[in-house]
Design a protein around this ligand. Sequence first.
Ligand SMILES: *[C@@H]1O[C@H](CO)[C@@H](O)[C@H](O)[C@H]1NC(C)=O
Ligand SMILES: *[C@@H]1O[C@H](CO)[C@@H](O)[C@H](O)[C@H]1NC(C)=O
Ligand SMILES: *[C@@H]1O[C@H](CO)[C@@H](O)[C@H](O)[C@H]1NC(C)=O
Ligand SMILES: *[C@@H]1O[C@H](CO)[C@@H](O)[C@H](O)[C@H]1NC(C)=O
Ligand SMILES: *[C@@H]1O[C@H](CO)[C@@H](O)[C@H](O)[C@H]1NC(C)=O
Ligand SMILES: *[C@@H]1O[C@H](CO)[C@@H](O)[C@H](O)[C@H]1NC(C)=O
Ligand SMILES: *[C@@H]1O[C@H](CO)[C@@H](O)[C@H](O)[C@H]1NC(C)=O
Ligand SMILES: *[C@@H]1O[C@H](CO)[C@@H](O)[C@H](O)[C@H]1NC(C)=O
Ligand SMILES: *[C@@H]1O[C@H](CO)[C@@H](O)[C@H](O)[C@H]1NC(C)=O
Ligand SMILES: *[C@@H]1O[C@H](CO)[C@@H](O)[C@H](O)[C@H]1NC(C)=O
Ligand SMILES: *[C@@H]1O[C@H](CO)[C@@H](O)[C@H](O)[C@H]1NC(C)=O
Ligand SMILES: [Cu+2]
Length: 813
Amino acid sequence: MCTSAAEAVSPYFSGERYELGRPESAPTTMWFKSILLLLAAASLGLSAPNARYSSTTRAGWQPTSPRTDRRSLLSRDTCTLPEEIPTAAPKANPFVALSQQEIDDLANWLLAPAQGLNLTSTSSPNISLSDNYIWHIDVLKPNKSDVLSYLDGSGAVPRYARVTLIQGGLRVPIVAEYSVGPLPISNSTQIGSLDNIYNGPNGARLLWSAGPVDPVRSAAIDNLMNMTLSPIADMTNDLLDMAFYGSSDNRSTMTYFMQSPASTDGERTLFWSPFRRNVMEPWDSPSDLYIQFDITGTDASLWTSLKAVYNLQVYDSVQDFYNAWKDGNVTKSPPPATDISFLYKNQTGPVRDLEDRFAPTILALDGNRFKVDRQEQYVEYLGWTFYMRFDYDVGVQFYDIKFKGERVLYELSLQDAIAQYAGNNPFQAGTGYMDRFYGIGASSIKMIPGYDCPYHSVYLDGNYSTTTQQAYTQDSAICIFETDIGTPITRHNNPVWAQATKGSQLVVRMVATVGNYDYLWDYGFFVDGTITVDAHASGYIQGNYFRPDDEGQWGPRVAETLAGTLHTHVMNFKADFDLIDEKNTFVKTDIVVENITQPWFTELGAFEMMRYNISDVETEDDGLINLPPNGQTMFTVVNKDQLNEWGVPRGYRVLPGLSNVILASQNSPFFLKNAQFAKQPIAVSRQHDNEPSSTATLNQNVPQAPLTEFYKFFDGESLVQQDLVTWVNLGMHHYTRAEDIPNTLMSEAHSSIMFAPQNWGNTELTKDLSNAVMMYAEGPENQIVIDTNGVEPPACLPLGPEDSLVGVFSVEG
Ligand SMILES: *[C@@H]1O[C@H](CO)[C@@H](O)[C@H](O)[C@H]1NC(C)=O
Ligand SMILES: *[C@@H]1O[C@H](CO)[C@@H](O)[C@H](O)[C@H]1NC(C)=O
Ligand SMILES: *[C@@H]1O[C@H](CO)[C@@H](O)[C@H](O)[C@H]1NC(C)=O
Ligand SMILES: *[C@@H]1O[C@H](CO)[C@@H](O)[C@H](O)[C@H]1NC(C)=O
Ligand SMILES: *[C@@H]1O[C@H](CO)[C@@H](O)[C@H](O)[C@H]1NC(C)=O
Ligand SMILES: *[C@@H]1O[C@H](CO)[C@@H](O)[C@H](O)[C@H]1NC(C)=O
Ligand SMILES: *[C@@H]1O[C@H](CO)[C@@H](O)[C@H](O)[C@H]1NC(C)=O
Ligand SMILES: *[C@@H]1O[C@H](CO)[C@@H](O)[C@H](O)[C@H]1NC(C)=O
Ligand SMILES: *[C@@H]1O[C@H](CO)[C@@H](O)[C@H](O)[C@H]1NC(C)=O
Ligand SMILES: *[C@@H]1O[C@H](CO)[C@@H](O)[C@H](O)[C@H]1NC(C)=O
Ligand SMILES: *[C@@H]1O[C@H](CO)[C@@H](O)[C@H](O)[C@H]1NC(C)=O
Ligand SMILES: [Cu+2]
């Protein structure tokens, strides 16, 4: 496709093009301010082949060497690879993941008899459920108060670890989180409770049975499954065309899965398992069988299967079910299809006309316009600066976001991504995932260049510590690129001038493949001071076994033995605005409609008109906020002590976007106190170091007794000119469809929110941009001036006749 464009005469500003473009009878003449560029361009010839790469193998293109000198751009006829522009963060990033040395030192310290924790090493060959051992050693997020005094002043941020111990050896077995510090380990290092940051009934702990499925528990569950299923393999082979003999046994043709949540309060752990064909993506090869298991307590010999459901018949035990089958009393429903070609994404079908051509792409032809300090995970972009943090739980997070040197947000971070399911079977009806529990950051993937992210993106690593005590680096977990927003950011035409300013944004992107789903999150930083968060989803739906009698109540049939599955995604974000400083107010501007009279409309009498009704959200009692119909409320965070030139408090608007949904069912037993953050579109609370997050990683299995109970944040405190946190939800009701097969489409599975300046400036904030054109007439002859502020398309970009600015603006003579 990369044929030379040399013969297509297409200068942007050449005298030749001017001649071509000027109508014979034009009453105006043209004059260019950008003389230097015009001359350079004219002398070098603007047209050039857009051959960006020298090599040729389809799989591994070799980039040309980065250009070293801006001027060389004009003397080349190919655009060059944008070089990464380094910068130095003003301060070292205070949010660094633990190093392997730190993790090892912490593990040794915890295991030392002096600590009295009676821990068994996780590498012990005979480790058992009734031992105490380490699950996760991670860094404890430092307190905002400490980070701010460090960023704005001096000193150091205290460094602590957050340690999760599985304590099966206690009289009442628990899983608990502790703080260990200060780091590095010294004689003053102590282990302490984290009850200060967890407000649930059991503080920083939950009953053991509601804990994570670590390798020890997982092996015991696998054994229970084998003990339950291998004796009935003759029946499962007959009814389901599948059997199970343990995950490591190559005779196993089916998989089991644990319903989440597996408990309500940790007292008892009961879960339903679906059974799926052991093929690529078992999610979409479900059968009609479900079995309930009780895995309460640390003595796995007491674990047992309970009920079974097959073809909507409920059996009190697996044995009852087996006996019924032996007696020929079981009515068979079709086993999951064996042909899974529908789950593949290989290109099939005739190629669409012209679709063999390479798709359009985003390119920074004139070089990058952002700078990155990789080591400090710090970014600068056209007035924006921010730090990033990465962790196992949620992945990338943003801190100290400033625009033109002024702080806008202290923190912008994902809290959790949850999903509420439904269906006429115990598994889908009982599913409420909280993906933070499974590690959203730990599920981050290496981006596919050119597909997940535009070519020439800057890729950053995501560092976090695993639950196997490894300091792990996910390379290319984040990509950063600048893109056109798709429209000019401002424009106008009038008889006197025509103007347009380019709209650009920096995007920081992360993708996490959590089991069946792929979440893509974009954080956008716009040239006008706007910040956006966009969430998209793809991957495989957790499909339902197709039953005609479900009659489309939870989704349409989408394959031979597969139906869609109604579910709602909610993703909670923490937006800790600090507009200039921490003293902020959350303001609602309602549009109210009233019958009024006005003295000049005597003939109308009372008539209906609208006006603003502006009110502060005064206390946390009013902090849980719904979206009004017809968008008739504007939500802003303002700083009443910081006025713009017009005397108006400077602020940012919280602008709901696409699909800001919340849980459709608010009283489901599977999402109770543990998911209160997902029950209103917006919430505003006072910032406190002991309320760092709307949820906790271990909230998944304790809907009734979570570590973090969000509503307890709302205890009547004043919100006027205080340090506030705004909690917002993105999400989607997933109305599954045939088009979810094989993979959900990111076009429709999309949600967004925007934070936009609202009287932040004295005017809009793009008047300083040079990537703008102003066209007007000047002088008695009405000479047309085309002023592009000295910024031109680089010489390597071939332009066509219709790309010319000449003749676009004219005045009537
Ligand atoms: C576990 O194994 C170690 C040796 O690897 C042995 O010394 C110890 O007695 C075993 N403990 C139990 C409870 O079996
Ligand atoms: C230490 O834990 C083991 C289980 O790992 C348990 O059998 C033992 O009783 C515990 N010792 C004390 C002193 O609590
Ligand atoms: C810690 O205390 C021990 C004795 O209790 C001492 O030998 C050691 O030097 C101390 N270490 C540090 C780092 O202070
Ligand atoms: C599962 O149980 C069967 C006996 O029913 C046994 O042959 C097999 O080895 C077990 N599988 C595993 C992985 O232990
Ligand atoms: C399954 O495993 C057994 C024992 O490890 C081996 O002999 C057999 O060849 C394997 N069968 C298949 C189909 O891989
Ligand atoms: C099977 O059905 C027959 C006839 O209804 C009944 O007598 C028998 O008890 C059933 N068997 C089982 C195991 O339920
Ligand atoms: C489709 O992709 C798979 C890889 O997942 C590959 O094994 C298979 O050969 C491909 N099939 C076709 C028809 O290209
Ligand atoms: C991430 O970890 C790698 C490997 O330990 C290290 O080289 C790199 O500096 C770390 N990056 C950051 C930003 O901490
Ligand atoms: C205004 O008055 C009209 C006529 O009485 C009534 O129909 C309408 O609902 C009123 N509007 C409001 C906002 O009260
Ligand atoms: C204006 O807002 C205040 C505070 O929410 C409320 O009390 C009042 O009723 C509103 N007025 C109108 C006309 O809606
Ligand atoms: C962080 O803040 C919490 C809550 O105020 C406090 O309990 C804790 O001690 C602080 N941590 C540090 C390291 O100061
Ligand atoms: Cu979905």
